[in-house]
Write a protein that binds this ligand. Structure first.
Ligand code: TYM
Length: 342
């Protein structure tokens, strides 16, 4: 299907559960900032409805949502240029998700690896919301007719499902209504790994805080986490092939490349031959230089939560200018009787 009739529009989001970490920043947020103010309209979301698919303490959820918004702005998203929202203030997301629950097939949902990972052995006890999560995610994107979705590697399967849902809806109702959204997975760090185990991705749900760098960590904490990061005894190679079968070394080099806006080749041509004892302090200095302005700006913004709430209310107002008509048209296509003037 041609993308032509659709306005170029970017949508992406993150869960307000726990802290923003370096993986979120390098895999997603930095690319969101790069797409802002370019050829796209940009909408960035704090997905609070997704967060409650697993238990969240209400006060902590509210705080985490504001903190995430502060993180977005501190990383360079501008509420004037981008629409910033928390998902629950734009009810059309959840309304379209219901329609998609009736489009998506059980077989598709059962193949979603994130559900299997998150529900673990105790799937019978997982919430129905956790199972249906990817249908809500498809709705987040398609309620804006978004054409591009910048994410980290781990979201790829969900974006494939989004395309399957759009295609099935269009096919079943004989329309070309929803676009085939393009995933945008770019940069040297589309999958940042745990600092303690190079086979696991860096994640807010890892019980060990040493496994990740949080955007709110201070300089000493960042330096300590990098110093203690798991590595191997070899020196760094001069060519990328030398990182094969060295997941921890590869991860630290990718992080260095992403933070310094260089390719892995460039980093290794400079760092090849160095031992980790020499490379780690350089990486720590770079990380502190890039991240500490963001964390201090986050702290400044968090001192005025009322201002954040205002930004989110304004964002929701602007978002609904887009989402209301798309939901109405969806309902018309599906056959729902529309309200009349009374
Ligand atoms: P979430 O909150 O887990 O992560 C937010 C973004 O950060 C990226 N990311 C990573 N990138 C590289 N390395 C890592 N270790 C790493 N960890 C996380 C994620 O890929 C993501 O881009 N389901 C989504 C939220 C969502 C969404 C959407 C995203 C809901 N609706 C619609 C895009 C469009 C999630 O849980 O992201």
């Amino acid at each position: 299907m041609s993308q032509d009739p659709f306005t170029p529009r970017v949508f992406s989001g993150a869960q307000p559960s726990g802290n923003l970490h370096l993986g979120n920043y390098l895999g997603a947020l930095r690319n969101w900032v790069g797409m802002q103010g370019s050829d796209y309209e940009t909408v960035y979301c704090m997905v609070d409805l997704h967060a409650i698919t697993v238990w969240q303490d209400p006060a902590e959820l509210r705080q985490a949502t504001r903190e995430l918004c502060a993180g977005y702005i501190a990383s360079g998203l501008d509420p004037e240029k981008s629409i910033l929202i928390n998902q629950s203030q734009v009810p059309e997301h959840a309304q379209l998700a219901w329609i998609f629950n009736c489009v998506a097939r059980m077989g598709w949902m059962k193949r979603m690896t994130q559900f299997k990972d998150k529900a673990g052995k105790n799937a019978e006890n997982a919430s129905l919301g956790l199972f249906g999560y990817p249908a809500l995610m498809a709705a987040d994107i398609l309620i804006y007719h978004a054409t591009h979705v910048p994410v980290g590697e781990d979201q790829k399967q969900h974006l494939e499902l989004t395309r399957d849902i759009a295609a099935k809806f269009n096919h079943d109702y004989g329309v070309a209504f929803f676009p085939m959204t393009e995933p945008v997975i770019e940069g040297a760090a589309t999958r940042v790994m745990s600092l303690r185990d190079g086979s696991k991705k860096m994640s807010k749900s890892d019980p060990s805080d040493m496994s990740r760098i949080n955007m709110t960590d201070d300089a000493d904490t960042i330096a300590k986490k990098i110093r203690k990061a798991k590595t191997d005894p070899e020196a760094l190679p001069s060519e990328p092939e030398g990182l094969d079968d060295r997941p921890e070394a590869c991860n630290l080099v990718n992080i260095y490349a992403a933070l310094s806006d260089q390719s892995v080749d460039q980093v290794l041509s400079e760092m090849g031959g160095k031992q980790f004892g020499e490379f780690k302090p350089l990486l720590a200095d770079l990380a502190v230089a890039k991240l500490s302005p963001i964390s201090s700006e986050m702290a400044r913004l968090m001192a005025d939560p009322a201002e954040i709430d205002l930004i989110l209310s304004r964002g929701a107002q602007r978002a609904r200018e887009i989402t209301r008509p798309i939901l109405r048209q969806t309902y018309d296509i599906v056959g729902m009787v529309a309200p009349v003037e009374i």
